[in-house]
Each structure stands twice: as structure tokens, then as C-alpha cells.
Design a protein around this ligand. Structure first.
Ligand SMILES: Nc1ncnc2c1ncn2[C@@H]1O[C@H](COP(=O)(O)OP(=O)(O)O)[C@@H](O)[C@H]1O
Ligand SMILES: [Mg+2]
Length: 207
């Protein structure tokens, strides 16, 4: 296995998708063989589990939710991430384990230990080489500031306290994994944020 695995984390509306687009263009320009994927999802089975997880007509317990995320993750690892890493590719994933720790562990209140235990088997052979965390308070996110309201799925529509707890969670996780976790405070200027992310990837030995 000689590829590198990078995950991008952060709360809702802080610019993850925007930055992934910039990163994709950058890697194409530089000729770096890379694949982009997202969680929950990335394989046919995991995309089906995603649809279940985001369906706001379902009442899913926090425990079941955490296990569904872990199952989707395991399929994604086995059928997408590891094969791409074995081909030597740079794999960039929009959300991964840390989102489970923050959202299910802190947002839902299951606790870090429980969510780590639920995920341990899934991620045992596949931890990120580097995680870029876009460090921005979700209650003051770019999306919120722009006045765009496109929250629609079962998790996005959770209340402000839930999202604040997720953010606090990410800040705890930062302390737990200092070797792979890189926080980037985003700028109003999207290209400056992009520059900071490239710098973090270079310093982390991924580029
Ligand atoms: N640096 C930025 N400055 C201003 N607006 C931004 C910035 N980054 C993203 N946005 C805007 O904020 C909204 C949410 O961005 P998005 O990339 O979809 O976030 P996420 O994927 O993290 O939910 C979009 O409307 C996007 O255009
Ligand atoms: Mg997004």
C-alpha cells in the first residue's frame, strides 16, 4: 500500500465542498494521481446506507446511527479506499471517522469511547495519514452568514446545540490525534483557505 489517505473534516457550511473542488483542480494541475470520495457513501452499498441515514422520516436511535455509519465506512474502506491506496493513489475523503466521533460521540452524546469502539473494527486497517479540519463555528459558518438555508437532511436539521456540541467534539478530537490532525482556520477569501490547506498537506508529507 503506497498511496496516501487524507480526510477533510468540519461542521456544516464551513466550505468543505468548496475546498475539495479547489484541491481537485490543484491536484489535476500538478498531475498528482488522486481520487475523491465522501462519507457516508462512496460505494453502492454505502450510498444506500447514506440515503437511510439522511432520511428525516426515519427515527433512528443514536446507537443504530453510529453502527450504520461504521458499516457504510467498512464497505467504503474495503471496496474503494484500500484498492485506491494499493494503486498508489492519493485518496481524499469528505468526512470520515472524526465526523462520527464528533457527531455521534458529542452531538448525539454517545461519548468518544463508545463511538471509537463501534468503529475500531472498521477503521483498524485504514486510518488517515492526515486530516485537515476546517476550524469554524457552525453557528457562524459561511453558509449561515450568506443567509442561504439549504439544511434539509436528518442530521443538518438538528438544533443549534447539537451542532455546537459537534464543534466542541472536533476540538477534543484535535487533542487526541495531534500527529495527523491539522486545523485550518478558514479565510473569507477562498483561495487563501486553499493555500493554507495545500501548506498543511505539504507539511504533513502528503504532497
Ligand atoms: N471562504 C469562503 N467565503 C465565503 N463563502 C464561502 C467560503 N467557503 C465557502 N463558502 C460558501 O459557503 C457555503 C457552504 O460551503 P460548502 O463548501 O458547501 O460547505 P460544506 O461542504 O462544508 O458544508 C457555500 O455557499 C459556499 O459558496
Ligand atoms: Mg459539503
Amino acid at each position: 500500500m503506497n498511496g496516501k489517505f487524507v480526510t477533510l473534516e468540519g461542521c456544516e457550511g464551513v466550505g468543505k465542498s468548496t475546498q475539495l473542488k479547489y484541491l481537485k483542480e490543484y491536484l489535476e494541475r500538478e498531475g498528482v494521481p488522486a481520487v475523491f470520495t465522501r462519507e457516508p457513501g462512496g460505494t453502492p452499498l454505502a450510498e444506500r446506507i447514506r440515503a437511510v441515514l439522511l432520511d428525516d422520516s426515519l427515527n433512528i436511535s443514536p446507537e443504530a446511527e453510529a453502527e450504520l455509519f461504521a458499516t457504510a465506512r467498512r464497505d467504503h474502506i474495503d471496496n474503494f479506499i484500500l484498492p485506491a491506496l494499493n494503486e498508489g493513489k492519493l485518496v481524499v475523503c469528505d468526512r470520515y471517522l472524526d465526523s462520527s466521533l464528533a457527531y455521534q460521540g458529542f452531538g448525539r452524546g454517545l461519548g468518544l469511547e463508545t463511538v471509537l469502539r463501534i468503529n475500531a473494527y472498521a477503521v483498524g486497517k485504514c486510518m488517515p495519514d492526515l486530516t485537515v479540519f476546517i476550524d469554524m463555528d457552525p453557528l457562524k459558518s459561511f453558509r449561515k452568514m450568506s443567509g442561504k438555508k439549504i439544511e434539509h437532511d436528518r442530521i443538518e436539521t438538528e438544533n443549534a446545540e447539537f451542532h455546537a456540541a459537534c464543534y466542541r467534539g472536533f476540538k477534543e478530537i484535535e487533542k487526541l490525534y495531534p500527529e495527523r490532525f491539522r486545523s485550518v482556520v478558514p479565510e473569507q477569501d477562498k483561495s487563501s483557505t486553499h493555500g493554507k490547506i495545500i501548506e498543511a498537506l505539504k507539511k504533513g508529507g502528503v504532497l
